[in-house]
Design a protein around this ligand. Structure first.
Ligand SMILES: O=C(O)C1=C[C@@H](OP(=O)(O)O)[C@@H](O)[C@H](O)C1
Ligand SMILES: C=C(OP(=O)(O)O)C(=O)O
Length: 418
């Protein structure tokens, strides 16, 4: 795998960038469109490995997904064909598609990348079994769902402390289950709650009734899913390294089309980066981050926004005061064990970092160049690029792994340094 010399910012970067669509929104809308009453359109769909895997999965089940242009057309079809689904390393595919495949009249097999076989999955499978679905194998990939053409649904209790996607998965297909679902969480707090709000918002916009009035309990009533034309917002989590580049280079970066209202957790960057010393403004041009006099350390619980941790940890390693990042034990089950990976790779560049049970403690240190391994994790590559902007001689391993959610990332990133 080739190492990529991450561009170093010798001068302040001043730029305005338009970023591709949200992975989380695209993959939710694709699932809902495939289960809808009629054909629908996902405008400005993200085209990336995770979303192409989702389109391929829904096609394999029996929908027609036309991904030729920027706007994707989905025509729901009867799910009658036996299928074999490649989940890649996509949490949204391995968790969201099995509950959809349970509505098929045929057997649907699931597998993915080697590391995907280690990502937690058991609670989705036990949840589905509790709703009347027959599944062979598990508790991780590979496994097979034996569809009978319908799912009973009803009440089920799961422990979603390892991933919010377990809840989102059971909610997304539930309107098509005979009794809908009543999902109860029993365990330590559920991470990434904004992503569950995103799921509920997508369902409600399609006319589905969802009751989330009680904490840790979500009820979806059975009923039709409206066919719609939906537009996908830019991916605000993928905006993190671009906004941070303003701070690292002493410049100013605007991410265009930043939504004024959103369920994306990346919106938290406005607050987090301001706390780290940036000046942040949201107006009709987009979200503009301008460097302050220094980058300050951050003491924060990232439980709700765990996917931001790698980029934030990189920025903390460049800060002038200590940082403590907490509440993210669950990101050990992401694309890689992100806490271990970040601690190892930051240390390799000279950072003073300690891995804790649920996060990282980072103290100011003088960093040096070197190789930053990425573990097939797009957000580790983003972290390496943020570090490389601030420190000369950082080599990011396999920067192409960013194609999971942002093909062309390296070209867009390099273009900002010219
Ligand atoms: O539902 C989603 O689209 C996601 C939920 C979150 O997962 P976890 O709850 O496992 O952190 C997030 O980290 C992931 O990037 C995307
Ligand atoms: C955790 C992530 O992805 P996934 O959807 O594969 O869980 C992520 O994108 O940071």
């Amino acid at each position: 795998m080739s190492d990529w010399p991450a561009p170093h910012a010798a001068a302040p970067v001043r730029a305005s960038v338009a970023l591709p669509g949200s992975k989380s929104l695209t993959n939710r809308e694709l699932v809902l469109a495939a289960l809808a009453e009629g054909p629908g359109v996902v405008r400005r769909a993200l085209r990336s490995r995770d979303t192409e895997l989702m389109a391929a999965a829904l096609t394999a089940l029996g929908s027609a997904v036309d991904t030729a242009g920027e706007d994707w057309t989905i025509t729901p079809g009867p799910f009658t064909k036996p299928a074999s689904i490649d989940c890649g390393l996509a949490g949204t595919v391995m968790r969201f598609v099995p509950p959809t495949a349970a509505l098929s009249g045929a057997e649907v097999g699931f597998d993915g990348d080697p590391h995907a076989r280690t990502r937690p999955m058991a609670e989705v499978l036990s949840g589905l079994r509790g709703l009347g679905v027959e599944i062979e194998g598990g508790p991780t990939l590979p496994f097979a769902v034996h569809g009978t053409g319908s799912v009973r649904g009803g009440q089920v209790t799961i422990d979603a402390s390892a991933s919010s996607q377990f809840v989102s998965a059971l909610l997304l297909s539930a309107p098509r289950y005979d009794q809908g679902v009543d999902v109860i969480h029993d365990g330590k707090p559920v991470p990434s709650l904004p992503h569950i709000e995103m799921t509920i918002d997508c369902l409600r916009r399609r006319g589905v009734e969802v009751d989330d009035s009680e904490p840790d309990r979500w009820r979806v009533l059975p009923g039709p899913i409206a066919a719609r034309e939906v537009a996908i917002e830019p991916d605000l989590s993928n905006a993190a390294p671009f906004l941070m580049l303003a701070m690292v280079s002493g410049g100013s970066v605007t991410v265009r089309d930043w939504p004024h209202r959103t369920t994306q957790p990346g919106d938290e960057l406005r607050d987090l980066l301001a706390r780290m010393g940036a000046s942040v403004t949201l107006d009709d041009d987009g979200l503009r981050v301008t460097a302050g006099e220094a980058i300050h350390g951050l003491d924060a619980d990232l439980h709700d926004v765990g996917e931001l941790t790698p980029a934030i940890a990189a920025l903390c390693a460049l800060a002038d005061s200590p940082s403590v990042l907490r509440g993210v034990a669950h990101i050990r089950g992401h694309e890689t064990d992100r806490l271990a990976a970040l601690a190892t790779e930051l240390q390799a560049l000279g950072s003073d970092v300690v891995e804790t049970e649920d996060g990282l403690a980072i103290r100011p240190a003088t960093l040096h160049g070197g190789r930053f391994a990425t573990y097939a994790d797009h957000r580790m590559a983003h972290a390496g690029c943020v570090l490389g902007a601030g420190v000369e001689g950082v080599l990011v391993e396999d920067v192409a792994t960013t194609s999971k959610t942002f093909p062309g990332f390296a070209e867009v990133w390099s273009g900002l340094f010219r």
